[in-house]
Design a protein around this ligand. Sequence first.
Ligand code: TMP
Length: 394
Amino acid sequence: MKCKITNTPLEPFMSFGKMPIANGFIDEKNFSKEFFFNMEVGFNEELSLFQLNDHPKPEEMFNKDYPFFTGSSEYMKNHFKNYANFTKKYLKTNSKIIEIGSNDGTFLKNFLDAENKILGIEPSKSVADVAIKNNIPTLNNFFNTSNIKTLNEFLGNTDLICASNVICHVPDLNNLIESVDLLLSKEGTFIFEEPYLGSMFEKISYDQIYDEHIFMFSASSVSKIFQRYNFHLIDSIPQVTHGGSMRYVLKRKKNESGKDLKKIFDYEKNKKLNKLDSCINFKKNCEISKEKIVEKIKFFKENGKSICGYAATSKSTTILNYCKIGTNYIDYICDTTKEKIGKFSPGMHIPIKDMNFFHNNMRDCVYLFAWNHKDEIFNKEKSFKGEWFSHVEL
Ligand code: TMP
């Protein structure tokens, strides 16, 4: 097995078994046609890169039905406002800004009042349409060298390219970096945020692994990958979003490294994030976590407790299918996304209900799948007096 980026060996070290598309919420009539793939992960020591061995085609995942809307979380809206403010030090008046995977335009909206020229590039029509309706210029297409070549006014002229929770979705990372290289001005800055390998290992939040997350990055891997294209990692800033992410800042010149970058590299060396050993240890931890959560759920049921799930996250697909948790344990999952409500969870086929249903049919115990939004959720669900639980510490 070869690494997607270098062709050097990829050591497969763990399989999560057969997985459906994480965001493939499904109608009952389509159960028999559901798509599954074998979800295995591997590690490439040359690039310190953790990746899926196999994954569905991007078109299977990011299409007109893609149901994830960034603006569905107040917390995320605020995060993107702060992120936009952070980028301002890299901008001039009239700078051109591109966001890769701009979703419903939640991030770019923050630049609408300034004199910058913005463009979102987003392959999923469902979310791109919302952005366009909100006056965010958006190209409804995949970000690659053939689709950007007509963007004449942006070529070699874009001061800032941003992305959030997107770069790890792109299988052809070489082409993505070539596209960034074509668009970015000489002094330009590329900033992206992704779930962080170090946080996933620490929290044993293996639900970060699903079809869309082809790569799980660290500062070491990002630095090594981009150096191949003469880009330098100049800063690496931990974020609390998505249960632990990292913001990476890259430039063509090396001379302005952020003060915390060395600290991050030291942490990664210390935790052996650049070694296969850390992955083997993670595998053991995942197996223990699976045993523990299944035991906990069985214990609830044996004691006559009813259970529902809260937030039909893409991450929940990994948990439910890996641990084989279905309607035998969980009666329903509530969610705010209208595109998911009335459908069933991918693979395990748990019904998805709206929030009114949750409030009128509260269960004794609630599996919080959106554990990364727990503060926001606990705050608005004070009327729930039962027990919240999850596979990560709440
Ligand atoms: P993800 O970002 O972890 O994939 O999941 C977001 C999902 O969680 C999305 O379907 C909306 C849902 N959600 C709720 O239902 N209620 C909430 O309060 C929050 C924050 C998210």
